[in-house]
Write a protein that binds this ligand. Structure first.
Ligand code: PMT
Length: 403
């Protein structure tokens, strides 16, 4: 998978810099061209010669140390990278990345690259938990930076807690997975619902919710990338429609029900990320309602539950529901899973920062009939989608090599 790929490895100044040597070695042995950039502080912890020997390439430290007059080094390195990995990433480098600062070779190159960026933080437990660092990581996750979570354990500073650089094997596995050409959903038909439904009161007024469609669209995009044939049934949304999916725009919950049922029999997987209105106005006025009265009462009637309907009708389909909760997440998610006969339920606490409606990130807990399967920390919705779909692929009766 890594054969011939160019991996830009950024090494920052922390004691975990020594682990970056093992990562560099693994990447090089797997056939990658590893181009190492060290910060000046990193050279206090480990010699550039170590990386030069392991990667068989010059190690860059100083932006102005132009070794090849035919190119501008930081732009050349930025352009040639298939992926960039910062390991270990210090709080300082994460802060610079979040702010778009470019005051050394590594930060300048990271600003110039359009390649996907992985960041593996390593620092003291209190630094990691500091709101400034957490905010910076959130900012970067929203821009699509993929974080490789630090581990918990004994830290070099003497503390025990979260902040230890992920093991080189783990980081290597993440990068390999990124290049994995395997398409675990090849040949599968997937229906994804997204966005918010619109329930008309009259021709110009309606009831809806804050769904942007970002979560469902990310799932549709990722399912497509994994080889599936995707139908994206979406209500009102602001996110751009991903390429390569069959887009079916709908308005009300009833429209969405019909669009899903029309395609349900053929589907292998249905993922219901849409925020569907539970109620709709009992009557829809044919003309704009005039403000003649001091008060106005709208009678609402219950919408049919789409997820429950398909749950009751399922034959071969693997069904994933979402649960938007603000309290008792586990209890309510499990109740929905049982009632709606889902194979998995993805619960998000929509009152938590960086989760739920409108934002680019989410924090989800995934359940099956036996309880919690995975609790994912805050990450970009694309990353949530990838993790969810990998889990789905691994649970299909005829799974195709998903891990
Ligand atoms: O679109 P974004 O801005 O990215 O926001 C993402 C999200 C918060 C909308 C998404 O992550 C999410 O939680 N979607 C489900 C929202 C919701 O309606 O949750 P619920 O707990 O009310 O419903 C549970 C499940 O039943 C959902 O899968 C829902 O699609 C489904 N449902 C609900 C009512 C109904 N009449 N029919 C349904 O199918």
């Amino acid at each position: 998978m890594l054969q011939g790929k160019t991996v830009l490895l950024g090494v920052c100044g922390g004691i975990a810099a020594y682990k970056a040597a093992a990562l560099c070695s693994k990447l090089a042995q797997a056939g990658a061209q590893v181009r190492v950039i060290m910060t000046k502080s990193a050279t206090e912890f480990i010699a550039p010669l170590t990386f030069q020997t392991l990667s068989r390439h010059d190690v860059m430290i100083d932006t102005f140390d132009e070794k090849d007059a035919s190119v501008v080094s930081h732009i050349h390195l930025a352009d040639s990278a298939d992926v960039a990995v910062v390991a270990p990433a210090t709080a300082n480098m994460i802060g610079k990345m979040a702010l778009g600062l470019a005051d050394d070779m590594l930060s300048t190159t990271l600003l110039a690259t359009t390649a996907p960026v992985f960041v593996a933080p390593a620092m003291n437990v209190h630094m990691y938990a500091h709101p400034a660092v957490q905010q910076n990581m959130r900012t970067l996750a929203e821009r699509g930076v993929r974080f490789i979570e630090p581990g918990t354990g004994q830290l070099a500073c003497g503390y025990v807690g979260k902040g230890r650089l992920a093991e080189p094997e783990e980081i290597f596995a993440e990068i390999s997975r990124f290049f994995q050409q395997d398409k675990p959903l090849q040949g599968k038909k997937v229906i994804v619902t997204a966005g918010g439904t619109v329930e008309r009161i009259d021709p110009v007024r309606y009831l809806t919710n804050d769904s942007s469609g970002k979560m469902g669209f990310a799932i549709a995009e990722e399912a497509r990338r994994m080889g599936a044939e995707v139908v994206l049934v979406s209500g009102k949304a602001t996110a751009p429609v991903p390429a390569g999916v069959n887009y079916v725009g709908v308005e009300s919950a009833r429209d969405m029900l019909q669009a899903v049922l029309d395609r349900f029999e053929d589907a292998d997987i249905v993922i219901k990320a849409a925020a569907v209105a539970d109620y709709r106005p009992a009557e829809q006025a044919p003309q704009k309602i005039k403000k003649n009265e001091e008060t106005m009462t709208i009678t609402l009637v219950k919408n049919q539950d789409i997820l429950q309907t398909i749950g009751e009708r399922k034959t071969k389909q693997f069904i994933v529901g979402f649960a938007a909760e603000t309290e008792k997440i586990d209890e309510y998610a499990m109740a929905k899973l049982r009632k709606k006969r889902c194979d998995l339920v993805v619960a998000n606490d929509v009152s938590a920062e960086g989760a739920g409606f409108g934002v680019d990130t989410n924090v989800v807990r995934i359940y099956d009939k036996d309880g919690l399967v995975e609790a994912l920390p805050m990450m970009g919705k694309n990353e949530v989608a990838a993790r969810l779909l990998k889990l789905v692929a691994s649970r299909l009766p005829d799974r195709k090599g998903a891990d």
